[in-house]
Design a protein around this ligand. Structure first.
Ligand SMILES: NC(=O)c1ccc[n+]([C@@H]2O[C@H](COP(=O)([O-])OP(=O)(O)OC[C@H]3O[C@@H](n4cnc5c(N)ncnc54)[C@H](O)[C@@H]3O)[C@@H](O)[C@H]2O)c1
Length: 346
């Protein structure tokens, strides 16, 4: 009898994880979500099931709990792991560094110990362009210098990449792909899953959509005197569905490699868009004007960063397909649907 080959998705109920689970199912994979919902809403799983037309396997477990995780490795024959589970708020990481080091490092260490024990060979890690800090020039390639992270969050990503590299160098029989995400935005076009920031959002787009609905006060654009075309910060905003698809391509690529390896690939669009561009795109797609004002620069904000995506194209045969307009429209659609549903069901 053929054994089912499962893909372990830690943090699979979260923003990027849930979109990736949809993509994996649509590509014939059988994901197992492991998430304890510390930063996710179980209702998201219903959305994943509605979109994919499949029942989703989800185990409510803390990824740092090695004993509980071992039970799952015994129950499912995992052939690959996508490790999303982590805390991700840069500001919070400055105030609560131990929380970040503990969760982001331990969750990785537990997964790696179990990959060794259970001989799981394919490992995809959620890294971030934050490892580049403020680069001297953009686009940044994977060879651009890594600058010592200012905040503990970025430091955890740098440390995790280092742990993975050391693990492979030590002779572990594992193929590792570090995906350095740029700035994921948007939601599934169905409006059934999307980003659910807890509390006041740190990211631009959820702040913007919530402020458009009157949930938050007017939007502040921090800084208008940066060395960019319109004076506001520049980011490489990537549609979360494109990013999700990069994981499917990444996993396929890993599965086709024969030997242990540790690779790094940027996942972005290759284009920089300014904060003002996002605001204007929103006003266009939502057909309404936003209340916003300029504020002073925020300390720690990077002026501009966008990806060189040559390697993603070459190695993974992947490139972003969706436009900034698609992403902003889908984020707006999701925000409205989610708010309506939450009001209906509460
Ligand atoms: N969203 C971004 O802007 C961005 C950018 C670059 C990198 N990343 C990285 O991508 C990954 C996913 O990010 P996201 O935006 O989907 O975040 P998210 O918070 O929406 O998802 C993370 C999920 O992991 C779960 N989780 C965290 N710790 C856990 C633990 N110990 N045990 C079980 N579940 C746990 C949370 O409940 C949540 O569902 C993270 O590693 C993040 O650092 C995110």
């Amino acid at each position: 009898m053929n054994q089912i080959e499962y893909i372990l998705i830690t943090g699979g109920a979260g923003y990027i994880g849930s979109h990736t689970v949809v993509e994996l199912i649509q590509h014939g994979k059988t994901p197992v979500i492991v998430d304890d919902f510390r930063n996710a809403d179980p209702k998201i799983l219903r959305g994943v099931e509605e979109i994919s037309g499949n029942q989703v396997i989800c185990e409510r477990v803390d990824v740092c709990d090695e004993t509980a995780m071992r039970v799952l490795f015994e129950r499912y024959h995992f052939t690959g792991i996508i490790h999303f589970a982590a805390y991700k708020a840069v500001g919070e990481s400055v105030d609560e560094p131990l929380k970040y080091y503990s969760n982001n490092l331990n969750s990785l260490l537990v997964c790696l110990a179990l990959t060794e024990e259970f001989k799981v060979e394919n490992f995809l890690f959620s890294s971030s362009c934050t490892v580049y800090g403020q680069p001297e020039k953009s686009p940044v390639t994977e060879e651009s210098p890594i600058i010592e992270a200012k905040a503990p969050y970025g430091a955890t990503k740098q440390m995790c990449e280092r742990i993975l590299s050391d693990f492979v160098k030590s002779g572990a029989n594992i193929k590792v792909l570090n995906l350095r995400y740029f700035n994921p935005i948007g939601a599934h076009p169905s409006g059934k899953i999307g980003e659910l920031p807890s509390g006041k959002p740190n990211n631009l787009l959820p702040y913007l959509t919530q402020s458009a609905l009157g949930i938050l006060e007017e939007l502040t654009v921090y800084g208008n005197d940066y060395n960019t075309l319109d004076g506001t910060c520049l980011r490489d905003f990537i549609h979360v569905c494109d990013l999700a698809n990069a994981h499917v391509k990444g996993l396929d690529w890993l599965e086709n490699q024969q030997e242990a390896l540790n690779e790094i690939v940027n996942v972005g669009t290759g284009n920089g868009s300014s904060v003002l561009e996002i605001i204007h795109t929103f006003e266009k797609v939502a057909n309404r004007s936003l209340k916003w004002k300029f504020g002073p620069r925020r300390s720690g904000d990077v002026e501009q960063i966008f990806a060189d995506v040559t390697k993603a194209k070459k190695l993974l045969k992947w490139s972003a397909q969706k436009t900034l307009e698609d992403a902003v429209r889908d984020a707006w659609n999701w925000e409205q649907k989610w708010r309506n549903e939450t009001i209906d069901t509460n």
